[in-house]
Design a protein around this ligand. Structure first.
Ligand code: HPA
Ligand code: ZN
Length: 348
């Protein structure tokens, strides 16, 4: 196909994709923070970080080479800049703009309280801010958000259990479940069985990062021991045929975040080598997400267009993937049906 025709096809697809009802199901609240907001916090709270003297330095700092480096900056720069519960309210303008710019109508957003609690912030007050934030997102930006509290694998079982106990002691309608993020190498899934069992018994949804920074055995442990409903990333599953068959048969969604994986470089350093297409071809239920859009200078729309422009997925496959994101969300079936029906009017 002539180059001009491909560019025209990409433009047409971008328009269609933008107009579709989209959901994003793997998105970290603090990873949405704009450099403007972090810079505002740095100045307001009189903070000093090595190598950050201008706003531009913030994004440059995130030119990381692995997950451990990323998590270090995430905890010690991004999260550390929020010095009060009220500071978290600043995130919702960034979130609203992000959702609007991508026409995302529903998002499930991770909130990781561990570092904030260690800094002395109050969980109940943080929940008040998040609840108010969800209201603002609905009223001002016409999108619905729910939260998954990332109990974290970085700080051990006791910390994760104590986070779950806080979730249960302060139940608020926007919080619908828990997630397990952080250092996959230092916090094996098996360690958190009691946390996941208790969360499930209390009626919470459960999801977990796995196979982002560790091999297929980490994904196996997450499905066998944690019984997570969805897997965050899960891309190392591509190395295990049996696992791919199992995930496909059970229809367990993988929340794939291509650009994020290119930054952390565990299983792909260039988009052409990313396992997402092979997983898709093996009938694994992949969904597409952005993870930490501000920190990785990406967005949900950017992820779809990246996959199209590098000819990893066709237009038809991408339209199917938009539906997969809707189906994998923790939304009532009738709501999913409505979103998909509206989309079919646009694509037909
Ligand atoms: N993996 C683990 N923990 C995280 C991530 C991630 O991709 N993003 C924010 N916290
Ligand atoms: Zn993530």
């Amino acid at each position: 196909m002539a180059y001009e025709d491909f560019v025209k096809q990409a433009d047409d697809l971008q328009n269609i994709l933008f107009n579709l009802n989209k959901t994003e199901i793997h998105l970290h609240l603090e990873g949405l923070v704009s450099p403007d907001t972090i810079w505002e916090l740095i100045q307001k709270n009189n903070l000093h970080y090595d190598g950050i003297t201008t706003k531009e330095d913030i994004v440059c700092k995130f030119n990381i080479k692995n997950l451990e480096q990323f998590l270090d900056l995430y905890i010690n720069i991004i999260q550390s800049s929020f010095k009060s519960e009220a500071d978290l309210a600043l995130l919702f303008k960034d979130m609203g703009s992000y959702l609007q710019e991508n026409h995302i109508v529903y998002a499930e957003v991770f909130f990781a309280p561990s570092k904030f609690l260690k800094m002395g912030l109050d969980y109940g007050l943080m929940m008040d801010i998040l609840t108010e934030g969800a209201k603002i997102i609905q009223e001002t930006y016409h999108a619905e958000i729910k939260f998954l509290v990332d109990v974290s694998r970085t700080f051990g079982l006791e910390n994760a259990m104590s986070n779950l106990d806080l979730v249960l002691a302060h139940r608020v309608p926007p919080v619908i479940g828990i997630g397990l993020g952080g250092s996959e190498q230092n916090g094996p899934a098996k360690d958190f069985v009691t946390v996941f069992d208790k969360a499930r018994a209390e009626g919470l949804h459960t999801v977990a990062h796995a196979g982002e920074d560790m091999g297929p055995e980490s994904v196996w442990d997450t499905v066998n021991y944690l019984h997570a409903e969805r897997i965050g990333h899960g891309i190392s599953s591509v190395l295990d045929e049996k696992l791919m068959d199992y995930l496909a048969e059970k229809r367990i969604p993988l929340e794939v975040c291509p650009t994020s994986n290119l930054f952390t470089q565990a299983y792909a350093s260039v988009i052409e080598d990313h396992p997402v297409k092979k997983l898709f071809d093996k009938h694994v239920n992949v969904t597409i997400n952005s993870d930490d859009p501000s920190l990785f200078s990406t967005s949900l729309m950017n992820e779809y267009m990246l996959l199209f422009k590098h000819q990893i997925f066709t237009k038809e496959e991408l339209l199917l993937l938009v539906e997969r994101n809707i189906d994998a969300a923790f939304l009532p079936e009738e709501k999913k049906k409505k979103l998909k029906e509206e989309n079919r009017i646009i694509t037909s």
